[in-house]
Design a protein around this ligand. Structure first.
Ligand code: IMP
Ligand code: MG
Length: 176
């Protein structure tokens, strides 16, 4: 595993994002929507830094399985518990790759008439985008490489790494 973004670099970026979001969403009582499972650590570390009233909810959508390419097919596996009508919604995502997942998600959540709908993503791969997608807050722009750690997986492995790493050849073929 090659380290792309170290744990201290992640934490510094979180401080930075949290300061901006706390300022922008003061008095708005936003609903943070975590996209499971990849964004769990990001959501937890971000939310505990936000010095504002907020609520949290979780959504799960079908993702990659064990392949590394997007199918473009998105299915809701777990929907929100909350009604977001009239609420300020901030989607918390781990990585935007093709953008297809969030394109679908933003369309779906928009139809529920939130007061506002924005995205914060830890990682962005602009070189892989297949659809345009406005994202308000981005942690790091990275290249087209497949990354794991800090919530991101390859076939459900490596989510627990405290840093973002680039998977090397043997690590994507060997079993646990
Ligand atoms: P998109 O629909 O192509 O933008 O894919 C978004 C989802 O694919 C993300 O929320 C991740 O779950 C997954 N994904 C995309 N790139 C990576 C990666 O480099 N490592 C792990 N998961 C990824
Ligand atoms: Mg994800």
């Amino acid at each position: 595993m090659k380290t792309l973004i170290s744990a201290p670099e992640l934490q510094a970026k979180l401080d930075d994002l949290a300061a901006r979001i706390s300022e922008d969403y003061a008095e708005m009582n936003p609903v943070l929507v975590c996209v499971l499972k990849g964004a769990v650590f990001f959501m937890a570390d971000l939310a505990r830094r936000l010095e504002i009233d907020l609520e949290m909810d979780f959504m799960a959508v079908s993702s990659y399985g064990s392949s590394t390419d997007s199918s473009g097919v998105v299915r809701i596996l777990k929907d929100l518990d909350m009604n977001i009508e009239g609420r300020h919604v901030l989607i918390v995502e781990d990585v935007i790759d093709s953008g297809l997942t969030l394109k679908y998600l933003t369309k779906n959540l928009s139809s529920r008439k939130p007061a506002s709908l924005e995205i914060v993503t830890l990682l962005d791969k602009p070189g892989r985008r297949k659809t345009s997608l406005p994202c308000r807050y981005t942690g790091f722009e990275i290249g087209n490489e497949f990354v794991v750690g800090y919530g991101l997986d390859f076939a459900e492995r490596y989510r627990n790494l405290p840093y973002i790493g680039i998977l090397e050849q043997d690590e994507s073929t060997a079993g646990p």
